[in-house]
Design a protein around this ligand. Structure first.
Ligand code: SDX
Length: 446
């Protein structure tokens, strides 16, 4: 028998039945898609703390236990045994590739890493001191004019593959050029003899005067970071991509919207904020005062890299990154990185503090990632860019899963609780009172 729940309206005494749908893992859902039709009321859930926006088979998160699975494989196993291109294949296709599939997939990505020469001109339009994420939003969005509906049908499997393959292949190139542009250095072309992470490091750090040859530890560290940030269910930026995609927008433009959403300090921008916070804390003596500020409701300061909407336990990705931090810094002389020692001390104090324990605030993926990126030689401004490169596979896989779903015909269009003025009669300007309206403009309006 189909499971259901009954909601009783205590005012009218009316009863409304709604079916319960069980997934393969995790909480069931109550199907409220006809709630308004049945009750004449909307369901209210700002921030979507209790809302499942879709069904998906790609990623499963158990927030209470701190577990993360991609197509059923644990993030710990994928970080330990796999590599980023292989995880991309898994997220897209639902299975790990066999030897032949892996080679073909890698070859396709390798042969699409170059950007159209004209795209390079877009960079020169940006101020030299632009945040690289501003450049990423602009360049990724501009790709929609090079891969447009004039030449591609993005509702077809062929058109979707063009979007998937070009985005995965070109994001490292776009990111590396944004970095080189900020340095005033010449752009470095991709090298087809290198694997995904080696090539990314090559484009970031080589110059025409000499090629950068990353060590295995450096390549491994980047590859693991790319795996660990690849996808994370219906987070803010993925939901942004899917919201844009639900109107049938160009997939490159949808990914640009995802880049914009990820940039926020509450989301992917947190890795940059963590490092800036550690620099501000400076040394262990100051930790207590920052923890005090984080707990003070009147202080907007939050402990960056701590807390998560879903994880009420240690973010499994943070555990893996923490381990790689130590491995990488062993090679790169940990004494050069007091940040890691400070971060470890800060974590230790926070995890034993009543406020953080009660509110179940643990380190998330952003807490340690910046330390590895710093150890790789990148500035804080590039941290969220690396996150965006990695999350491109999550965004485009979730976009493809949504657009492949033939029942997915509706545009995503939430409603609201209206709290504004009721209907009013229009007043001529001569009839409008001169009483001081609430402040409409900042004092110095220009
Ligand atoms: C990512 O969704 C995803 O999956 C995202 C992500 C992904 O892979 O896509 O995992 C990547 O975005 C990780 C999160 C990175 N952001 C940060 O590290 C920024 C710092 N963290 C917070 O701003 C916060 O924890 C959020 C935004 C991550 C989650 O916020 P929620 O779920 O809306 O929780 P909340 O703001 O309602 O906080 C609950 C309580 C509040 O106190 P009360 O109002 O109940 O008294 O916990 C407090 C908050 O004040 N709190 C913190 C805190 N985070 C929450 N207090 C101090 N420091 C913090 N970091």
């Amino acid at each position: 028998m189909k499971k259901k729940i009954t909601i009783i309206d205590n005012n009218s005494g009316k009863k409304f039945d709604f079916s319960v749908i069980k997934g393969s893992n995790g909480p069931s859902v109550v199907d409220l898609s006809n709630f308004y039709e049945k009750t004449g009321m909307f369901v209210y859930d700002p921030g979507f703390k209790s809302t499942a926006s879709c069904h998906s088979a790609i990623t499963f998160i158990d927030g209470e236990k701190g577990k993360l699975l991609h197509r059923g494989y644990s993030i710990e196993d994928l970080a330990k045994y796999s590599d980023y291109p292989e995880v991309c294949f898994l997220l897209l296709n639902g299975e790990l590739p066999n030897k032949e599939q892996k080679k073909k997939f890698n070859d396709i990505l390798t042969h699409h890493t170059m950007l159209h020469e004209q795209i390079q001109r877009f960079y020169s339009g940006f101020r030299r001191d632009s945040h690289p994420m501003a450049i990423m939003v602009g360049i990724v969005g501009a790709l929609s004019s090079f891969y447009s509906e004039k030449t591609h049908d993005f509702s077809s499997i062929e058109g979707k593959w063009v979007a998937v393959s070009r985005l995965l292949a070109k994001m490292p190139t776009i990111a590396a050029i944004a970095y080189k542009y900020s340095l005033g250095q010449p752009f470095i072309y991709p090298n087809n003899n290198l694997n995904y992470s080696e090539n990314f490091l090559h484009m970031l750090f080589s110059t025409p005067c000499g090629n950068f040859k990353p060590t295995k530890a450096q390549t491994d560290a980047l590859d693991k970071l790319l795996i660990l940030h690849a996808d994370h269910e219906q987070n803010a930026s993925t939901s942004t991509v899917k919201m844009a995609g639900s109107s049938g927008a160009n997939p490159f433009a949808c990914i640009a919207a995802g880049v914009a959403s990820l940039w926020g300090p509450a989301h992917g921008g947190a890795n940059e904020s963590v490092i800036r916070m550690l620099y501000e804390i400076k040394n262990e003596k100051n930790i207590a005062s920052f923890i005090k500020r984080a707990k003070d409701k009147n202080d907007p300061f939050r402990l960056m890299g701590f807390g998560h909407r879903v994880y009420k336990n240690y973010d499994p990705r943070a555990s893996v990154i923490r381990k790689y931090c130590h491995n990488l810094l062993k090679e790169l002389n940990p004494e050069n990185f007091p940040l890691l020692k400070l971060a470890t001390k800060l974590e230790d104090i926070a995890l034993n503090d009543k406020y953080f324990i009660e509110k179940k605030l643990y380190p998330n993926v952003d807490f340690y990632s910046g330390i590895i990126l710093k150890a790789l030689g990148l500035p804080e401004s590039m941290f969220t860019v690396i996150f965006a490169v990695s999350r491109t596979i999550g965004w485009i896989s979730q976009w493809k899963e949504m657009t492949d779903d033939i029942n997915k015909t509706q545009i995503s269009r939430p409603r609201q609780l209206y709290i504004g003025e009721k209907k009013r009669v229009f007043k001529k300007i001569s009839e409008r009172s001169m009483r001081k309206n609430k402040q409409m403009f900042p004092n110095e309006i220009s």
